[in-house]
Design a protein around this ligand. Structure first.
Ligand code: NDP
Length: 398
């Protein structure tokens, strides 16, 4: 069997010789009782860089000892890229949402042996799900592996945007002490209305983490949460996104990208928001309209925008979100902390072990199975594709 694994580049100065922390905290189960990935073996130390090319998700020894071929590359975009050359005889493709190998219909057509696409992380929108269904290519992801990592990032971004941390940090870095400049956009979050679009694993965790800040919490989702959870967090449920965004000071977006959510935050939707609101989008870049966000920051309709997701990825060097005012963007990092990497590397190995031993892959990990949406996919996604326009990723120059 041949496994093609597309990972982001190594650090510019090579792999770290040491890491800040000697050990990672031990986490046994996720909040809903789901167990962490539990492969039979592991060939890495938790806390090492695993998501880059030399990290290889810790898979090489395991696969090669069993007689399989592993090809790892970061060359994934543009005509003639390495990944396109390797996919033609690959059985399995592994890719991370942070640096996705966009598995378009054309790429699937060039890969007659392809049986499974594994997302080393959460969010399989980089795969044309309609084409995978048609071709009967299974799509799986490591549900929950980095949901709480993202929720931490959301809290960081809400606080840093509302308090205007980036500007203040910049003033210090440039040798200044201009306090009036530093605080002219700085507020407390206490008392604000904070709402999430989708209250799944990330959305609910972000609400729970924001609760101690004494804010008013809101959510919109296709399914209502149990009454006990609404009561615990004093949540206001909204039947529509519009009803929530018109009263929220901070809106965090936590739904998957699929045809239903693509371009959800366009000019029209943003026009309905409270003037001076903040958006935090760590879900997927394409849920927000690129120009609408930049325009809203320029006019002051939005006071700030932060997130770590772009479209496509890597974002072209001239992507307007790199230079728009009052943004707090990071590259796509929230779900690939060293802590999260250990969990999703374990998850990928568990999935491969199941696949090779013909054992069932956990239902929670399934997005497409045997030509139909399945497991989490049947619950959270719709059939279709959100990959159009991904060729633009080739415009990024290192
Ligand atoms: P979950 O599956 O736990 O939650 C997704 C939630 O989105 C579900 O509650 C689902 O609702 C809801 N949803 C689906 N479609 C809609 C819609 N049209 N409108 C409103 N809600 C909708 O996933 P996670 O919380 O773990 O992750 C969510 C997303 O976050 C991922 O799909 C991924 O895109 C992104 N992500 C980003 C990461 C990063 O590094 N930045 C890392 C991990 C995830 P219901 O179940 O009620 O149908």
């Amino acid at each position: 069997m041949k496994v093609l694994c597309v990972l982001y580049d190594d650090p510019k100065n090579g792999m770290p010789k040491s890491y800040p922390l000697a050990n990672l905290p031990k986490i046994e189960v996720y909040p809903d009782g789901m167990t962490l990935p539990s492969p039979k073996g592991r060939d890495f130390s938790p806390g090492e860089l695993l998501g880059c090319v030399s990290g290889e998700l810790g898979l090489r020894k395991f696969l090669e000892d069993a007689g399989h071929t592993l090809v790892v590359t970061s060359d994934k975009d543009g005509t003639g890229c390495q990944a396109d050359k390797e996919i033609v005889d690959a059985d399995v493709v592994i890719s991370q949402p942070f640096f996705p190998y966009y598995l378009t219909k054309e790429r699937m057509q060039s890969a007659p042996n392809l049986k499974m696409a594994i997302t080393a992380g959460i969010g399989s929108d980089h795969v044309d799900l309609a084409a995978a269904i048609e071709r009967k290519i299974d799509v799986v992801e490591v549900t929950y592996c980095n949901s709480r990592s993202v929720a931490e990032h959301i809290v960081m971004m809400i606080l840093s945007l509302v308090r205007d941390y980036h500007n203040q940090h910049q003033i210090v870095n440039s040798g200044g002490w201009n306090i009036a400049d530093a605080v002219s956009r700085s507020y407390d979050v206490e008392g604000m209305h904070v709402g999430t679009v989708a209250a799944g694993r990330i959305g609910i965790d972000a609400l729970r983490k924001m609760k101690p800040f004494d804010v008013h919490l809101h959510y919109f989702d296709r399914h209502r949460l149990p009454a006990a959870v609404e009561e615990e967090l004093n949540l206001t449920f909204h039947e529509t996104v519009e009803s929530m965004i018109k009263i929220c000071d901070v809106v965090t977006i936590n739904c998957p990208l699929h045809p239903e959510t693509e371009d959800l935050f366009n000019h029209e939707m943003i026009g309905k928001m409270k003037t001076g609101a903040y958006i935090i989008n760590t879900a997927r870049g394409k849920i927000c309209n690129r120009e609408a966000i930049a325009d809203a920051l320029k006019t002051g309709k939005l006071a700030g925008y932060a997130g770590d997701v772009w479209f496509p990825q890597p974002a072209p060097n001239d992507h307007v979100w790199r230079t728009m005012p009052n943004h707090g963007m990071t590259p796509h990092t929230s779900g690939t902390s060293l802590s999260a990497q250990a969990r999703y590397a374990d998850g990928v190995r568990e999935i491969l072990e199941c696949f090779l031993e013909d054992r069932a892959i956990r239902d929670e990990y399934l997005i497409v199975k045997d030509g139909a949406l399945a497991g989490m996919g049947a619950h959270s996604y719709s059939e279709g594709s959100a990959t159009s326009g991904s060729e633009e990723a080739a415009n990024y120059k290192k």
